[in-house]
Design a protein around this ligand. Structure first.
Ligand code: AMP
Ligand code: MG
Length: 478
């Protein structure tokens, strides 16, 4: 039905890992947004959009075996048992190209893993996740994706009563560092091996025959995450809740809560209202990723070698490569951002100097890089400063001496987005939808984020918020 091709390999694992259970029924499901492009990519029939009962779990697709997944995680550094407390994986859909994706409902009701929550989601956070995950995708950053958001017809109670909604989320899998942390804490010693073998088969089949495939798994995840975090940094994305349960094994960005893109460049930026100590600030993201990877490595110790100290040594050696890999990716992308394809460590100072000027003059991060790429940098206010002019002349001379100037601009325009989902626009679009049931701005914003590397947009999408509309704090609103 609707061309779904379900094959639920996760259910071959021990039933410690999931609980079969159906989503809670919704009163009156109504679709508000459907991602036809994504449906086409997945070979799913777009007629699905006219059947919101399937997008909210009121009706179950043939072959679907809804389940809530078990996992644990370190939240702000503290270990907790978690699991899908308001989500159901409907099943794994296998495309014509033999790609496997979890189809998940988020906001689909309580499960045995629910703690105090109601199992539901309000429309605002689901629309936020839709917008930001799709923006990340179009920026070329690995991410889970959003197929649809529907209103459920129920109200949910947060600080006030809000329309309830459900998101259909698509992921390469829902395996998280937290799934591994859970596995080692179950009674069955075989669970961690089962899970690691499953993760390898699903995400990294190329390492299956490696001499030490569990060490290879660790290396693969380190590789993926070091690149992912460098990509986040390059567009000023702040995840906001980098708990270990929100870090995937596939290397996709997952769980968009109080995340946001930085407007004014300031590396200490924190948006999330619950992140009081700035644990997940922009400039902490690279080291937090390593902290999370270390928790992941710990779960693999019994598999890496029978001798614990040998295993620890191997794992430490692997973790020690993270920093260099991250720096390589960071230097590569930031070199490209200023027009140099393979920047050397010695030359990288020019990037550092530019970032220091952006910080000093509180300049718009996205706009400054984009204007540099489109040769309009000298029109920006920041250019009135003598040290900025000096930097600019030094940079121009550098570009002219090291590369083809035109190629440098082309490269820069391909990596420096003109459009990011700016907080004030996201808030405005979400607020119109929530408060006035008006989706005009939401659709316009989604259109804009589909083409982030084009300047051909209404100026509101290109410019930072006017000072009175700036947003400094975001909320989970779960
Ligand atoms: P998150 O902050 O989305 O990563 O969620 C962390 C944990 O809280 C997960 O186990 C979620 O399932 C659970 N959770 C979040 N919101 C709710 C809710 N409204 N009802 C039940 N569980 C929730
Ligand atoms: Mg989560």
């Amino acid at each position: 039905m609707f061309n779904f091709n379900f094959n639920n390999s996760f259910h071959n694992l021990s039933d410690d890992f999931y609980e079969l259970c159906n989503p809670e029924k919704s009163i009156d499901p109504k679709l508000v947004i459907f991602n036809s492009d994504l449906a086409n990519e997945l070979n799913i029939d777009t007629a699905l959009q006219y059947n919101p009962e399937y997008l909210t779990g009121n009706a179950i697709l043939p072959g679907s075996k809804p389940a809530a997944h078990a996992y644990a995680g370190h939240q702000f550094g503290h270990f907790t048992m978690l699991g899908d407390g308001r989500a159901h994986v409907l099943g794994e859909h296998v495309t014509e190209h033999n790609e496997r994706y979890d189809i998940q409902l988020k906001g689909s009701g309580r499960t045995i893993f629910s703690r105090s929550g109601d199992g539901r989601a309000a429309i605002g956070p689901m629309l936020r996740e839709y917008i930001i995950s799709e923006a990340m995708y179009h920026l070329g950053i690995p991410t889970t994706r959003s197929l649809a958001v529907s209103l459920t017809g129920d109200n949910v109670y947060r600080e006030t009563s809000l329309p309830g909604a459900m998101l259909v989320r698509i992921a390469q899998s829902n395996l998280r560092v937290g799934t591994f942390e859970y596995a080692v804490r179950t009674e069955d010693k075989d669970n961690i091996k089962q899970l690691a073998d499953y993760a390898i088969e699903r995400h990294y089949p190329e390492i299956q025959d490696d001499q030490n495939r569990y060490l290879s798994l660790l290396n693969k995840v380190i590789e993926k995450q070091s690149k992912l975090i460098a990509q986040w940094q390059s567009v000023g994305f702040i995840h906001g809740v980098m708990n270990t349960d929100n870090m995937t094994i596939s290397g996709e960005t997952i769980d968009y809560g109080p995340c946001a893109f930085m407007d004014t460049y300031n590396p200490t930026t924190v948006f999330s209202s619950i992140d009081q100590y700035g644990r997940y600030a922009y400039n902490n993201q690279p080291s937090i990723a390593l902290w999370n990877l270390t928790r992941f490595a710990e779960t693999l110790i019994p598999l890496i070698d029978d001798d614990e100290s040998t295993a620890i040594q191997y794992a430490e050696t692997a973790l020690n490569t993270y920093r260099d890999q991250y720096i390589q990716h960071y230097m590569h992308i930031f070199g490209q951002k200023i027009g140099i394809d393979h920047i050397t460590q010695d030359d990288f100072q020019i990037v550092i100097d530019f970032l220091a000027l952006l910080e000093k003059y509180e300049a718009d991060y996205t706009g400054s890089f984009r204007k540099l790429a489109t040769q309009q940098f000298t029109q920006l206010d920041i250019y009135n400063n003598e040290d900025v002019q000096e930097w600019y002349q030094r940079w121009l001379a550098f570009i002219q001496s090291t590369s083809n100037e035109q190629e440098a601009y082309t490269l820069m325009q391909s990596v420096n987005p003109a459009v990011i989902p700016r907080n004030h626009l996201v808030e405005e679009a979400v607020s119109d939808a929530t408060m006035a049931n008006d989706y005009t701005k939401l659709h316009q914003l989604i259109d804009a984020i589909h083409n982030p590397f084009s300047d051909n947009h209404d100026t509101q999408y290109l410019n930072p918020a006017p000072p009175n509309e700036r947003i400094y704090q975001t909320y989970c609103g779960t």
